[in-house]
Design a protein. Structure first.
Lengths: 237, 273
């Protein structure tokens, strides 16, 4: 009994082993061919593309357009002043003037100014009695000039313990015209001034300018120096 | 299938749907309200921006001085990400107001590094060579010679394009024989506006008033129309300044039989804006 049983078992075992051991053979799995380099690279790319995060925010957003408003520029300075004009040979008299500044940079500015004064009497007229060199209209001393100014020594001035105001000196030079004694004279002006700003838009100036021109009024042609001292108030706009 | 199971499921589903719809409605209404308030805020901000420009500090800090000049002390510092409102500009300085209401002057060089609300840089014209090539206005003062008389005057120019400008000039001349005034308007064609030394051609018309001097016998005032053609050159100096040298050939249409011809040359210091 043992032998046929053994034979049967053996046969069964053989069959089973032949079947079981070959199970992988029967799997209908596709065996991958060895990868070429190109394929590998393509696969990597595909993986990279898959690794990007899904789009959560829709990028199709309309941007709000910022309209930049025009910035107010305050480079112009307009003002008026009162002072004294010392007209060579004709004494010192009061003068009034208007001035217009255009600030180009923090250092340089253009100035146009115009003023008027009335000349007094020369010592010759005073001593000579009833002599009048000039008529009333001719005594009017009218001037204008176009100048270039240079700001220097900017700083602050302190009035008391709590009040500080901006200030600065400036130098001026330019050319202009003087109408005096019935004639026009080309003038060169040189000067300096001091400016204090109580607020950002208001300035108080103290300035001195020498207006130089050739005059032949008293016989021979000579260079005359006419010194103007002016206290003026200007506003920036 | 048994109907009871279906109804139970559908009821459950309906409940969930209702709950979801309610949540969604609430969410939508809340977002709508939020969006509305946001829009209102944006509108308000836009309205405020229409009046004043707001810029954001993107550098570590922005220094504010007491005045528009290098000599005035720095008294306040605005930190990064904070905003300032731009109130006005004077030369190369901007007067700004901080969120805290502090007002001071910031230099243009620093303001160039700030950003607008949309993150774009704050751009504005700085006085440089690019500005010399392309600008709107120019102003010049100077002097020269007008038919033997001393000439002084000022001129203003308005750019139509970088090449073409309208030129206005007002001048006075003071000579031995006569004095007078003249006013002119013309076109100026700058040949190479991008060059530092840049030639130009000019053509125009004007009006001249001549007064013989008191010492001369002929006491006749004359008012005449003139026409001129000329050439010149512009030379960029620095910042907003350039020099302008100009030659003009004038024809004066006198009331006499012959027209008068005069030469004028002048040199001017000019600025652009």
């Amino acid at each position: 009994m043992e032998n046929p049983n053994r034979l049967l078992l053996l046969a069964a075992a053989l069959c089973a082993s032949s079947y079981l051991s070959g199970c992988s053979v029967f799997r209908k799995e596709k065996v991958e061919p060895p990868q070429t380099e190109e394929q590998a690279a393509a696969e990597e790319e595909a993986e990279d593309a898959d690794s990007t995060p899904p789009r959560v925010i829709d990028p199709n957003v309309t941007r709000r357009k910022i309209k930049t408003p025009k910035i107010d520029s305050e480079n112009w300075e307009l003002g008026a002043g009162l002072g004294f004009m010392s007209i060579e040979d004709f004494g010192t008299s009061s003068t009034y003037a208007a001035q217009f500044n255009y600030h180009v940079t923090e250092d340089f500015f253009f100035r146009a100014d115009v003023g008027q004064s009335t000349a007094g009497r020369t010592s010759f007229e005073t001593l000579g009695g009833n002599i009048e060199l000039l008529t009333g209209d001719e005594r009017r001393f009218t001037y204008y000039s176009l100048s270039l100014g240079y700001n220097f020594l900017p700083g602050e001035v302190f009035l008391g313990r709590k009040l500080a105001m901006n200030s600065g000196f400036y130098l001026l030079t330019g050319i202009g015209n003087v109408t005096f004694a019935g004639d026009d004279h080309l003038t060169i002006n040189l000067g300096a001034g001091y400016r204090v700003l109580p607020t950002d838009w208001l300035a108080i100036h103290i300035g001195v300018q020498d207006r130089v021109f050739d005059s032949d009024l008293l016989g021979e042609t000579k260079v005359t120096n006419n010194i103007e001292t002016l206290l003026s108030v200007t506003a920036f706009f | 299938m048994e109907p009871s199971i279906t109804t139970t499921r559908s009821r459950r589903l309906r409940r969930t749907n209702v709950a979801l719809a309610t949540v969604l409605a609430c969410f939508l209404s809340v977002t709508a309200i939020a969006k509305k308030t946001e829009e209102e805020k944006a509108a308000k901000a836009a309205a405020a921006q229409e009046k004043l420009l707001q810029v954001f500090v993107s550098e570590p800090y922005l220094e504010l001085s007491t005045g528009p000049g290098r000599g005035y002390p720095v008294f306040h510092v605005v930190a990064r990400e904070e905003s300032v409102d731009v109130l006005s500009r004077r030369t190369d300085w901007f007067r700004v107001r901080t969120e805290g209401g502090v007002e001071g002057w910031a230099r243009a060089r620093d303001m160039r590094r700030t950003k607008l609300a949309d993150g774009s840089p704050f751009m504005f014209s700085l006085g440089d060579m690019a500005g010399f090539t392309s600008h709107d206005w120019e102003l010049a003062i100077g002097g020269g010679d007008y038919g033997g008389a001393n000439l002084l005057g000022l001129s203003a120019g308005r750019s139509l394009t970088d090449n073409m400008k309208i030129d206005f000039s007002l001048s006075q001349f003071l000579g031995n024989a006569s004095n007078g005034w003249k006013a002119e308007i013309g076109l100026q064609h700058v040949l190479f506006p991008e060059w530092r030394f840049s030639p130009f051609l000019t053509l125009g018309t004007g009006y001249v008033e001549t007064k013989p001097r008191a010492t001369i016998v002929l006491p006749l005032d004359r008012e005449d129309q003139t026409a001129y053609a000329g050439a010149g050159a512009r030379f960029y100096l620095t910042r907003r300044f350039f020099l302008r040298a100009d030659y003009r050939w004038h024809t004066i249409f006198t009331s006499r039989d012959d027209n008068e011809e005069l030469e004028e040359w002048k040199i001017q210091i000019a600025c652009f804006y």
